[in-house]
Design a protein around this ligand. Structure first.
Ligand code: COA
Ligand code: MG
Length: 298
């Protein structure tokens, strides 16, 4: 049975490192993870100042229990080495590498990370946002899990996927779903976290809820976010629902009954329930214990 996730990554908020107001605000919004962005949200002329502001921000703030990630610029850019210096100085929990195309990219990144002397316990997150990145994903993840920093999380970049491929992203993402499900499948096979892409139309909350719920049903562990108004919704949608919790409690009770101690399969109000469902129920309750604790603390 898969264990409950060690990391809670339901709500993962991007915060442009060039936006001082947003950075200051980000600590108190209840997000499980903050991703400070040095890449696409920061104009080339603002990158140097953004790095300095980020270093100061991380020196002055750190909320216990919240993961902090820095998104750096892609391999092949002159900015990357400068970003990694800032990462080494500000010591986030993870570094997010955009536009990963191949396993070779991760080998190259490991060299850059070693040159920048990133701490050994820092994790690597990778954006899946190019046609090559999607097609090569299993090899990428396999390589990344044995490198340092170790690959721990995949982040879908739907805007870049649409830009490169021309895929239509409307109609509840009907054309994108096969690629998204492929990404989820590879993540589950290799045991890394997988996060859905962003919902751009941030004033349309109902649209966000629909898309986040779709992502949750697909098996994503959480959603990347661009605006504070999305945080609470993502936390709720990616937490076990009251109905699922009630079902799980009843399944645990059935299998805890001494008369079923030696049973692997039980008639549960006309529904077949197997021991694997019991194990799933125990896992869900363990996730609930973590999510409710996190939400009370936020
Ligand atoms: N993180 C933290 N705070 C944020 C925020 C974010 N991502 N986005 C907005 N805020 C803050 C604003 O600073 C503002 O704070 P204030 O009331 O103290 O002034 C408040 O939330 C309300 O913001 P609002 O006026 O609704 O939006 P905006 O016009 O300031 O910003 C965006 C809209 C889209 C520019 C902004 O949300 C943003 O930059 N999002 C992230 C974009 C990003 O990182 N993209 C790259 C990855 S896809
Ligand atoms: Mg991108």
């Amino acid at each position: 049975m898969s264990k409950p996730p060690a990391y809670l990554r339901r709500s993962v908020l991007y915060v442009p490192a060039a936006n001082a107001r947003a950075m200051a605000k980000s600590w108190s919004l209840g997000a499980d993870v903050i991703v400070f962005d040095l890449e696409d949200a920061v104009a080339p002329s603002a990158k140097a100042a953004a790095r300095e502001a980020l270093i100061t921000q991380l020196a002055e703030n750190r909320r216990l229990g919240m993961e902090v990630v820095i998104r750096v610029n892609a391999l092949g850019t002159a900015d990357l080495a400068l970003d990694l210096e800032a990462v080494a100085r500000s010591r986030p929990d993870a570094v997010l590498l955009p536009k990963v195309d191949s396993a070779d990219d991760l080998h190259a990144f490991a060299k850059s990370a070693a040159a920048a002397a990133l701490p050994p316990d820092m994790l690597l997150w990778a954006m899946v946002e190019t046609a090559s990145g999607i097609a090569e994903l299993d090899a990428i993840v396999q390589a990344g899990m044995s490198l340092q920093p170790r690959l721990h999380c995949l982040v879908v970049g739907t805007n870049d996927i649409a830009k490169e491929t021309g895929v239509f992203t409307g109609d509840q993402r009907a054309c994108l779903v096969p690629w998204l499900m492929h990404i989820v499948l590879v993540a589950k096979r290799r045991g890394v976290t997988v996060l859905d892409g962003v919902w751009n139309d941030f004033r349309n909350q109902a649209g966000f809820d629909l898309e986040a719920t779709q992502g949750m049903k697909m098996g994503f562990d959480g959603k990347t976010l661009i605006h504070p108004s999305q945080v609470e919704h993502a936390n709720r949608i990616f937490s076990p629902s009251p109905e699922a919790l009630e079902d799980a409690r009843r399944i645990v009770a059935v299998f805890s009954d001494p008369q079923h101690a030696a049973s692997n399969v039980v008639n549960f109000d006309g529904r077949m329930v197997e021991r694997l469902h019991y194990e799933q129920a125990v896992r869900l309750l363990a996730i609930h214990a973590r999510t409710s604790g996190a939400d009370q603390g936020s």
